[in-house]
Design a protein around this ligand. Structure first.
Ligand code: NDP
Length: 443
C-alpha cells in the first residue's frame, strides 16, 4: 500500500484526521479539489463571522452618538470588507496547507475517486491505501425549479462585485437568518421567504419568536408559508414567482434552504459504500462505513453539520486507527449558535424536549434590556432561558438571544455538560455588571 490513510477532502474533519494520523506515525495523503480548509474556513463560518463583525459597525456607529461620539462621513465600502475578508481566508488557507506539509501529509490537488476499497484515482494517478476516510462535506441545496440557477448560494455570496439594493433570501434556517442580518445592516433591503411558518425549526420557540420580532422591528421583511415556483430573469435582477402570492422582484436571490452531502462522483458504488435514506454516507458510532476499511466524517455523514463535530469525528478516527486510543464522539449537549442580529446560542434540551424526557421541568427566564442598549436608546431585549429537570434539579438546557449570546453560551455549556444543578448555578456569585450574570440570578 502507498499510504496507511488516504483522506478525501481537506476540510475541518479531513485535515484534523490527517494531522493526527500522521502524528501517530501513519503515512497519510489527502486529496482536495478546491481549497484546503473546507467550507468552514473558505466559504462558511469564518468569512461569515467576519462579515457579521463588519456589518455590525452599522448599528454601533448609530449607537455611538448616544455615547457622545460625533461621527461624520459614515460611508461603507463593500469591496474593502470583502477583500479584507478574502485575504484572511487566504491566510488561513495557507496555515491549513502548512499544517499538512509540516506533518508530512502528502496533498493531492484534484478530484479523488474510489476505484475499489483500497485504490483511489486522482488526476489519472492511482494510489493505494490501507484505510480511506471520506470527508467531502456538503454543498448548498438548490431546488430543481425553473430558473433556480439565477439564484446564488453561500458559496458565491462572499465574492459579490457589489452589494445588491434588494435581496430575497430563501429559507428560514441558520444561513438565511445570518445573511438577513448581515445584508440588512449593510443597507440592503432584505426579504426572507420561508416555505413554513417557523424560523429555525429546531430552536427554542421563545428565541425564534424574539428573533423574528426584533428582525421585523429592524426592517427585515418576511413571507411565510410561501412555496417558490420559479425564478425569472429581469432587467435589474430576478423575479421570484410564488404559489398563492404576488411575485417578488430583487437584484439578488440567495438560496439558503439546507445543505446536501457531497457523495456524487466519488466512486462510492465501486467501493460498495452505502448511503442512508437521506443520501448521506451511512456510518456507525465509530464513523466506519459498511466497508470495514473505509470511514466517513463530517457533513458528508449528515449527523450534526457543525465544524467542531467534524473535527472530533476526524480526530477520533485517526486515534482509533493509528493511536491505539478508542474513543467516540459524544453528541450529547452540543452547543450551537446562529450569528443573526442579535445572535442566538443554545445547548441541551428545549423546554418541550425536556418535558418529553423528564415529565416535570422547571423553566427560568430572564427577559432584559442589556444596559448598552438602554443607553443607546435601542429597544431590543435579550432573552435567556434555563430548563431544569424538576426531579434532579439539573439544568438540562440553556437558550439565549442577545448581544454576544454565543460567547456566553459556550461557557454555560460547560456547566450543563457537567450536569450542574440549578442550586449550583444559584450558588455562584454574579459578575456585575454583565449580561451573563442573569444566568445565576434567575429565581
Ligand atoms: P437549515 O437546515 O438551517 O435551514 C434550512 C431552511 O430551508 C429551513 O427553513 C427549511 O424549512 C428550508 N427548506 C429546506 N428545504 C427547502 C426547500 N426544498 N424549499 C424551500 N425551503 C426549504 O439550512 P442552512 O442552509 O441554513 O444551513 C445548513 C446547515 O449548516 C445548518 O443546519 C447548520 O448545521 C450548518 N450551519 C451552521 C451555522 C452555525 O453554526 N452558525 C451557520 C450556517 C450553517 P423547514 O423548517 O420547513 O424545514
Amino acid at each position: 500500500m502507498d499510504y496507511d490513510l488516504f483522506v478525501i477532502g481537506a476540510g475541518s474533519g479531513g485535515v484534523r484526521a490527517s494531522r493526527i494520523a500522521a502524528g501517530h506515525g501513519a503515512r497519510v495523503a489527502v486529496a482536495e479539489e478546491y481549497r484546503v480548509g473546507g467550507t468552514c474556513v473558505i466559504r462558511g463560518c469564518v468569512p461569515k463571522k467576519l462579515l457579521v463583525y463588519g456589518a455590525h459597525f452599522a448599528e454601533d456607529l448609530v449607537d455611538a452618538r448616544r455615547f457622545g461620539w460625533q461621527l461624520s462621513g459614515k460611508a461603507f465600502d463593500w469591496a474593502t470588507l470583502r477583500d479584507n475578508v478574502l485575504a484572511e481566508v487566504d491566510r488561513l488557507n495557507g496555515i491549513y496547507q502548512t499544517t499538512l506539509d509540516s506533518n508530512k501529509v502528502t496533498t493531492f490537488h484534484g478530484h479523488a475517486t474510489l476505484v475499489d476499497t483500497n485504490t483511489v484515482e486522482i488526476n489519472g494517478e492511482r494510489v493505494t491505501a490501507k484505510h480511506i476516510l471520506i470527508a467531502t462535506g456538503a454543498r448548498p441545496l438548490v431546488p430543481a425549479l425553473p430558473g433556480a440557477e439565477l439564484g446564488i448560494t453561500s458559496n458565491e455570496v462572499f465574492h459579490l462585485d457589489k452589494l445588491p439594493r434588494k435581496i430575497v433570501i430563501a429559507g428560514g434556517g441558520y444561513i438565511a437568518n445570518e445573511f438577513a442580518g448581515i445584508f440588512h445592516e449593510l443597507g440592503v433591503d432584505v426579504t426572507l421567504i420561508n416555505r413554513g411558518d417557523t424560523l429555525l425549526r429546531s430552536w427554542e420557540p421563545a428565541l425564534r419568536e424574539r428573533l423574528l420580532m426584533i428582525s421585523m422591528q429592524k426592517g427585515i421583511k418576511f413571507q411565510f408559508n410561501c412555496k417558490m415556483q420559479s425564478l425569472e430573469k429581469t432587467e435589474s435582477g430576478v423575479r421570484v414567482h410564488l404559489a398563492d402570492a404576488d411575485p417578488v422582484d430583487a437584484d439578488l436571490f440567495l438560496w439558503a434552504v439546507g445543505r446536501r452531502p457531497n457523495v456524487e462522483g466519488l466512486g462510492l458504488e465501486a467501493a460498495g459504500v452505502e448511503l442512508d435514506e437521506r443520501g448521506a454516507v451511512r456510518v456507525d458510532a465509530d464513523s466506519r462505513t459498511n466497508v470495514p476499511n473505509i470511514y466517513a466524517v463530517g457533513d458528508v455523514t449528515d449527523r450534526i453539520q457543525l465544524t467542531p463535530i467534524a473535527i472530533r469525528e476526524g480526530h477520533s478516527v485517526a486515534d482509533r486507527l493509528f493511536g491505539d486510543k478508542q474513543w467516540r464522539v459524544d453528541y450529547n449537549c452540543v452547543p450551537s449558535a446562529v450569528f443573526s442580529n442579535p445572535p442566538l446560542g443554545s445547548v441541551g434540551m428545549t423546554e418541550a424536549e425536556a418535558k418529553n424526557n423528564f415529565g416535570t421541568v422547571r423553566v427560568f427566564t430572564s427577559d432584559f434590556r442589556p444596559m448598552r442598549n438602554v443607553l443607546a436608546g435601542r429597544n431590543e431585549r435579550a432573552l435567556y432561558k434555563l430548563v431544569v429537570d424538576a426531579a434532579s434539579d439539573r439544568v438540562v438546557g440553556a437558550h439565549m438571544i442577545g448581544p454576544d449570546a454565543p460567547e456566553v453560551l459556550q461557557a454555560v455549556a460547560i456547566a450543563i455538560k457537567a450536569g450542574l444543578t440549578k442550586a449550583q448555578f444559584d450558588d455562584t456569585v454574579a459578575l456585575h455588571p454583565t449580561m451573563s450574570e442573569e444566568l445565576v440570578l434567575m429565581r
